[in-house]
Each structure stands twice: as structure tokens, then as C-alpha cells.
Design a protein around this ligand. Structure first.
Ligand code: ADQ
Length: 473
């Protein structure tokens, strides 16, 4: 079987402990380990004048190859174009989009540098799997260097509809690079349909009845591959974790009060302010919950070099302060907001203790926390998941209480309903959700993507460098 080469912005090096690396990194290692593999990407370090060659280390059947970025590249590629242009745009936050031509140039140059460092490491029958929005044009850059290997791309975040995509200057350059792949994977059918709409409406391409695409002089495959978690592993972790000191401490601190848990990266896509407002509305409209429920929000700080993330942090501090000062009593405060990262084991235990999981992003590719919350529950006394309709996970977890996170009153009502739901209904909803989380786990995700990629019909022309215009170019 041919070797798998995974390319992602950040490589999780073997020295990074699994507890820190997170579920996705562990799953990618498992995929690479299956037939031997190479994991290529940025080291996470900056250097004054980085070597063009990748530094490599081997552990078991996996080679890791990383390159450093310069400070200016990190700023323009990562903080700039990836996280201040693409991230807000792909999450439908047009008001937060900052576009600077210099950042775009740096983004393209870094993708070209990734390609130049990776190409010499590739063997003729390697299968290359590129991940996420930081590397949208990488397949095209590899093709320019004569790489003819099978290339797949998976987008972890949503793909917005054409009207939103069309806002992006340079969209044609990005999409031509992306469409140089042989298989493009998305989280949901909706993202896939948005891609098809782009192909038809913006690029004058064709979507065939079997879902393959003819566009920019190439033919390629596309599909929805909803990402999952290691459901069995997370369930076992949660069951054991409840005796951990921090879980015991949390439980003792609660006494007879109920717990609503929220766990996120501190990101404006996750809807944390709306969630705090919903909690405020719950306590206002259902005073019977005052002193009887805690909302614990764990938010790991993220991208703090980007101004919109610093603004968000201030906003969350302000809102949690407002709700707490309005409702706290001597022995109780409604919101506990912990801006830090916790080991996976603790998070699993927190999820199991919580009667309600509040997962209400304004927009999310999938949202693994929703699936982790489900997997962590005690089958005999499961909690209730409140889930945003704008998380990719909502397409699968229809037995959750599905809410519109912009509708604060509706979210507050869902909190009330979850806190008062009878056991029989909780069990029924949880069993339906757990069946999906167990069936569509992370191994199913990577196996189905890599199998489809290995079998992808390579009808594609391999040099899509001919400039083919978009309707909007
Ligand atoms: P993220 O935006 O990072 O991922 P998510 O899917 O929720 O969002 O994954 C976060 C992971 O980090 C989860 O496994 C969670 O347990 C962990 N985590 C969150 N907060 C933490 C904390 N405070 N301490 C420790 N761990 C924490 C992107 C996309 C998502 C998509 C994933 C995977 O934005 O939509 O689901 O990739 O494709």
C-alpha cells in the first residue's frame, strides 16, 4: 500500500504528549502509522532566515518533516491572511474580514515554500492529504513543481456560499490552487453543495450526476466526510476521569446544584457572548434556577496576536461580570469562566458530570466538543446536549436540542428544557446521538477519506496553470 503523506499547518511532533496533542492529532498519527507515513508542516517556530529544507525526525513508522517560518511570514500568512481574512470570511463574519494584498502575497509565498520543501521528500506512489484553510492553494503549488501524485484536501471549517466567497479578492487564485487536488473533502453536505455552487456559478464548471466535478480544465472528486472522535476511547476516559482530583473538586463545589458545561477555543465563531446572554435570560425568565445551576465556561486562549480575539476576550470578561454581578449571591455565582486549557481527561470528566452541554457556535465546521459531550455521558443518567444549528455536527446530531444561537430567548428556553428534562427523554435523545457518534467516529473519517483518495479516478490534467478566469475575475 502506498505511503500516506499528511500536510497540515502545524505538525504535532512525537515529543508532544497525546494528552496535549488532542484527538485529531492522535487520529492522524494512527492513519500515518497504518501503512507508514510522513507528516509535513510548520514547526510552530519562527527563525530569522529559515533553511528551505525541512528538518526531519522519525518515530516508529512515521517521519515528521517541519519547516520554520520567518516572523514576517508568520504575521502575514498566519495572523494575517489565514486568521484575519479567511477565518472570518469562511465563518460568515464579513465585518471582521481584513484584506491586505501584502498578506495575501505572503500566504501564497508560504504555500509555495511548503511545496518546494515537500516536493523533494515525495516518492512516486505517495498519496498526499492536505489539511485546512491555511493551505488552500498548496495542491496547485505542488503541481507547478511537477508533482503528479494523488492529492486530497480536507477543509475543517465551513465553506460559505458563493455570495460570501465572492467577497474575497484573489478567490480565483485560491480556488485554482485547490482544484488542482484529486479529491476535496468537506465536513457536511451543505459545504459540499456550496462548493458545487461555486463550480457552477463562479467558475463555469460542471457537476456530474455522480458528484465529480469538471472545472478549470480538470476533473476531480468531491465529497462530505464528517469528522468524528474516538468515541469509545473518550467514553472510557470520561468514566475513569470522574475520580480525578479536579473532577472531584468540581463536583464537591457544585453540591446539589446542576452544571451546564461549555468548552471552546476562545474564538468569536464559538458564540460565547450569546451563550452568556442566554444564561442571563434563563435566570431572569426562570428565577427558579437561581442558585441551582452553574454555567462553567472553559475557553482556551487562542490567536491572541489578532486584534479581534483580544476584543472578544474583553467582551466575554465584561459579559460574565455583568451576569455575575446581577445574579450572584454570597454562596453562588452563575458563571464560572476559566480561560485556560485543560487535559483531555479532565474535560471528559467535566462533560460527564454536567447535566447540560452547551455547544452554541455561531458557525462551526463540525465542532468536536458536541460529540465529546455525547460520548462522555453515563448511559443510565445522560445529560442533554444543546447544539447550534450552525455547527456541522447538527446535521448528524438531530436528537440534540437544536437552537439558533442568535436567538438568545430560544437558547434560554432550551437551557430550561434541558435542566428539567425527564430521564426517559434524556435517555432516548442520548441513545440516538451516541449511535451516530459511535458509528461515524474518527477512524471511519480518515479511512473513508484516504480510501476514496487512493481510488480517486485520476482523470485530472496535472498542469492546471493555464489561467482560467472566474465569472467575477
Ligand atoms: P476547532 O475550532 O478547534 O477545530 P473543535 O471541533 O470544537 O473546534 O475542536 C476543539 C478540540 O479542542 C476539542 O477536541 C476540544 O476538546 C479541545 N478543546 C477545546 N477547548 C479546550 C480547552 N479549554 N482545553 C483543552 N482542550 C480544549 C476546527 C474547526 C471545527 C472542526 C475541527 C475538526 O473549527 O469546526 O470540528 O477543526 O475538524
Amino acid at each position: 500500500m502506498s505511503r500516506l503523506v499528511v500536510v497540515s499547518n502545524r505538525v504535532s511532533l512525537p515529543s508532544e504528549r497525546a494528552a496535549r496533542a488532542g484527538g485529531l492529532a492522535v487520529a492522524i498519527r494512527e492513519a500515518l502509522d497504518r501503512h507508514g507515513g510522513l507528516w509535513f508542516g510548520w514547526s510552530g517556530e519562527t527563525a530569522e532566515s529559515p533553511d528551505g529544507h525541512a528538518a526531519t525526525v522519525t518515530k516508529g513508522r512515521i517521519d515528521y518533516a517541519v519547516i520554520d517560518l520567518t516572523e514576517a511570514e508568520f504575521e502575514g500568512f498566519y495572523n494575517g491572511y489565514a486568521n484575519s481574512t479567511l477565518w472570518p470570511l469562511f465563518h460568515y463574519r464579513l465585518g471582521l474580514v481584513k484584506f491586505q494584498r501584502a498578506d495575501f502575497k505572503t500566504y501564497l509565498a508560504v504555500n509555495a515554500r511548503f511545496a518546494a520543501a515537500l516536493a523533494p521528500l515525495l516518492r512516486p506512489d505517495d498519496v498526499v492529504w492536505i489539511h485546512d484553510y491555511q493551505l488552500l492553494p498548496l495542491a496547485g503549488e505542488l503541481r507547478k513543481l511537477g508533482v503528479t501524485n494523488r492529492i486530497g484536501f480536507f477543509l475543517h471549517i465551513p465553506l460559505p456560499g458563493v455570495d460570501t466567497l465572492a467577497v474575497l479578492p484573489g478567490l480565483g487564485t485560491l480556488m485554482r490552487g485547490l482544484i488542482a487536488a484529486d479529491l476535496i473533502g468537506f465536513q457536511t453536505e451543505r459545504d459540499l453543495q456550496n462548493f458545487y455552487d461555486f463550480v457552477r456559478q463562479e467558475a463555469s464548471g460542471t457537476v456530474h450526476a455522480d458528484g465529480t466535478v469538471a472545472c478549470f480544465d480538470r476533473e476531480l472528486e468531491a465529497g462530505a466526510f464528517p469528522i468524528g472522535i474516538d468515541a469509545q476511547g473518550f467514553a472510557a476516559l470520561a468514566e475513569k476521569a470522574v475520580t480525578q482530583p479536579d473532577c472531584v473538586q468540581l463536583k464537591e463545589g457544585l453540591g446539589t446544584r446542576k452544571l451546564m458545561i461549555a468548552i471552546d477555543r476562545l474564538d468569536y465563531s464559538k458564540g460565547i457572548p450569546n451563550r452568556f446572554e442566554a444564561c442571563e435570560e434563563l435566570l431572569r425568565s426562570h428565577p427558579e434556577h437561581r442558585g441551582r445551576v452553574d454555567l462553567v465556561q472553559i475557553a482556551s486562549p487562542s490567536r491572541s496576536e489578532v486584534a479581534s480575539y483580544r476584543d472578544l476576550r474583553r467582551e466575554i470578561d465584561r459579559l460574565s461580570g455583568r451576569v455575575n454581578s446581577a445574579f450572584s449571591e454570597l454562596h453562588w455565582a452563575p458563571i464560572r469562566y476559566l480561560a485556560r486549557t485543560y487535559p483531555r481527561k479532565s474535560l471528559a470528566g467535566f462533560c460527564r458530570i454536567a447535566q447540560v452541554g452547551v455547544v452554541t457556535p455561531l458557525r462551526d465546521g463540525m465542532n468536536l466538543v458536541a460529540k465529546e459531550y455525547v460520548a462522555a455521558q453515563d448511559p443510565e443518567d445522560p445529560g442533554v446536549l444543546i447544539l447550534s444549528r450552525f455547527a456541522g455536527a447538527a446535521a448528524q446530531l438531530s436528537s440534540a436540542l437544536i437552537v439558533n444561537p442568535f436567538d438568545v430567548d430560544q437558547c434560554a428556553e432550551a437551557m430550561h428544557r434541558a435542566l428539567t428534562m425527564p430521564l426517559a427523554e434524556r435517555k432516548e435523545r442520548w441513545q440516538a446521538a451516541m449511535a451516530v457518534v459511535g458509528r461515524s467516529d474518527v477512524r471511519t473519517w480518515w479511512t473513508s477519506f484516504t480510501t476514496r483518495l487512493r481510488n480517486a479516478d485520476s482523470r485530472a490534467g496535472i498542469t492546471p496553470s493555464r489561467s482560467l478566469a472566474l465569472r467575477s475575475d
